[in-house]
Design a protein around this ligand. Structure first.
Ligand SMILES: C[S@@+](CC[C@H](N)C(=O)[O-])C[C@H]1O[C@@H](n2cnc3c(N)ncnc32)[C@H](O)[C@@H]1O
Length: 415
C-alpha cells in the first residue's frame, strides 16, 4: 500500500519535526541561513556563489563543475548547517497532515535521532514484500518505516550522498532489526548520488517501488534522476515520491541561493518542465496523489522568490512500457478493487481523482486500467475488458481533475 505520510503532531512520539514548530513571521531568527552565509567553503570546495545558471533539468549547458557546486552546497546544508528539523527555515521540507494510524504506530519504533533529522515533505510508504529504494534517504526515517511495512520478506535500500546523514541512518540498523524481531536486516544504506544509481550498485529492473521525500529538487540533473529511476524499476514498478514544484521557471539568483536551494525551493522545477521530463523518460501520465502549497513566510526569502508559488506534491509515476498513452483513452474498461491492501480495506486512493471503493465497478481509462491491473497493484484489482475497441477520449478524467494549480498542459496528465 502506498500512503502519503504527513507531519507528525502526535506528542506521544519523540518527534522534532519542522512542522511541529511555529514558522517565523519575520527574518529575525535566521539560524540556518545565517550559518550558511557565515560559513566559508573549505579549500578546494566550490563556493555557493559558484553555482551557475541552469534549472537542473539536465540540460547540456550545465557543466560538471556546476553540478559539483550544487551537490557540495546541498551536502554542506544537510551535513553541517542543519542540526535537526527545527533548523529549517521554510515549510518546504515539512508535511502538513497527520500520518495514518498504522504509520504512527510504526514510527514509535524508529530511533529518536533518525526522526529528529527528518527533512521530508510527505513520505510515500510501501506494502508488504516489496523491494524498495529511497532516493536521498537522509537520516533514514522513511527507510526505517518502510522496513517495518514491507516485513521480513521485503527489502529497503536508502541512497544518500551526505556522510553525516548516512552515519545517523546506519547507526541503528542492527538494534532496529532486533526490535522488529527479524532474523536478519532488511534495511541498508549506500553512499551515492541519485543521478548515478549504478555507482551505488542498484541493478536494472531490481526495484518494485522507489520512494523519495523532498530530494529531487536538490538534484542538479533531474533528467538523470528520472532516467535512473526508470532504469532500476522493474516493469510494473512505481516511483512514488514527494517533492517541491514551482509555478514558473526560477531566476538564477533564486536557484543559486544556498538557503533557498537547501530548503528545497531554489531547485524546485517548474511543474510543466517536470511533466516534460517524465514524458521524455517514459513515465507517461504522471498522477498527482496530493498537493499542498508551501508558505514562504520569512520576509527576506519571500522578497527573493517574488511572485513564485511553490507546492509540495506527491506524484505517482508508473513504469509500464508500451502500456501508457499520452492521453486518457476510453476502451470501456472497468476496474474493481478487492479490498485486499491492509489499511485500505474499504477503498484505495490511486490519485487525487480515483478512489476505488471495495467491490464497486469503476469505469476507467486505459492508463488507469494498466496502473491498477498491470503494476505491482495487480493482485489487488480485477480489470474487466481489453483495448480491442476504442470508444474515443476518456472524458470523465477531464471533469474529475482536481489539481487546478497543476492543471494539464497538453502532456496527457488529465487522468
Ligand atoms: C531534504 S533532505 C530529505 C532527507 C530524507 N528523504 C527525509 O525525508 O528526511 C535531502 C537529502 O537528500 C540528499 N541528497 C540531495 N541531493 C542528493 C543527490 N544528488 N544524491 C544523493 N543524495 C542527495 C541530502 O544529502 C539529504 O540527506
Amino acid at each position: 500500500m502506498s500512503v502519503s505520510l504527513s507531519h507528525i503532531n502526535d506528542h506521544n512520539m519523540a518527534v522534532s519535526s519542522c512542522c511541529g514548530r511555529e514558522e517565523p513571521s519575520n527574518g529575525t531568527s535566521y539560524s540556518a541561513s545565517t550559518a550558511a552565509a557565515e560559513r566559508k567553503p573549505a579549500e578546494g570546495e566550490p563556493a555557493a556563489a559558484a553555482i551557475e545558471d541552469g534549472a537542473g533539468v539536465g540540460n547540456s549547458s550545465q557543466g560538471a563543475d556546476t553540478k559539483a557546486a550544487v551537490q557540495a552546497s546541498v551536502q554542506r546544508y544537510y551535513g553541517e548547517v542543519l542540526q535537526d528539523s527545527s533548523d529549517l527555515k521554510t515549510s518546504a521540507c515539512c508535511t502538513p497532515n497527520a500520518p495514518p494510524k498504522h504509520v504512527r504506530d510504526a514510527l514509535r519504533n524508529v530511533p529518536d535521532e533518525v526522526v529528529a533529522k527528518y527533512y521530508g515533505c510527505g513520505s510515500p510508504l510501501p506494502a508488504a514484500g516489496l523491494r524498495v529504494l529511497d532516493l536521498g534517504s537522509g537520516s533514514g526515517r522513511d527507510c526505517y518505516l518502510a522496513a517495518a511495512l514491507v516485513g521480513p520478506s521485503g527489502r529497503v535500500i536508502g541512497v544518500d550522498m551526505t556522510d553525516a546523514q548516512l552515519a545517523v541512518a546506519r547507526k541503528y540498523v542492527e538494534e532496529y532489526t532486533q526490535r522488529l524481531g527479524y532474523s536478519q536486516a532488511n534495511l541498508s544504506f549506500r553512499k551515492g548520488t541519485i543521478e548515478d544509481l549504478q555507482q551505488a550498485g542498484i541493478a536494472d529492473a531490481s526495484v518494485d517501488l522507489i520512494i523519495s521525500n523532498c530530494v529531487v529538487n536538490l538534484s542538479p540533473d533531474k533528467a538523470a534522476v528520472l532516467r535512473e529511476a526508470y532504469r532500476v524499476l522493474a516493469p510494473g514498478g512505481e516511483f512514488h515520491f514527494s517533492d517541491v514544484y514551482c509555478d514558473r521557471r526560477l531566476p538564477a539568483a533564486v536557484r543559486r541561493h544556498e538557503v533557498l536551494l537547501g530548503e528545497c525551493l531554489g531547485g524546485a522545477l517548474y511543474v510543466n518542465d517536470f511533466k516534460r521530463l517524465c514524458h521524455d523518460v517514459g513515465f507517461l501520465d504522471p498522477r498527482v496523489l496530493s498537493c499542498h502549497e508551501v508558505q514562504v513566510t520569512d520576509a527576506a526569502l519571500r522578497e527573493l522568490v517574488g511572485e513564485a508559488r511553490f507546492h509540495s506534491v506527491t506524484y505517482r509515476l508508473f513504469k509500464l512500457p508500451g502500456r501508457l498513452e499520452t492521453a486518457c483513452e476510453d476502451y470501456g474498461q472497468v476496474a474493481i478493487y478487492k479490498g485486499s491492501i491492509p489499511e485500505s480495506g474499504a477503498a484505495y486512493q490511486l490519485d487525487d481523482h480515483h478512489r476505488f471503493e471495495k467491490g464497486r465497478p469503476h469505469l476507467v481509462c486505459g492508463n488507469s486500467a494498466a496502473m491498477v491491473g498491470e503494476s505491482w497493484l495487480k493482485d489487488h484489482f480485477e480489470v474487466l475488458g481489453d483495448r480491442l475497441t476504442h470508444y474515443g477520449a476518456f472524458e470523465a478524467c477531464k471533469e474529475d481533475f482536481k489539481s487546478t494549480i497543476f492543471a494539464p498542459q497538453g502532456l496527457g496528465n488529465c487522468c
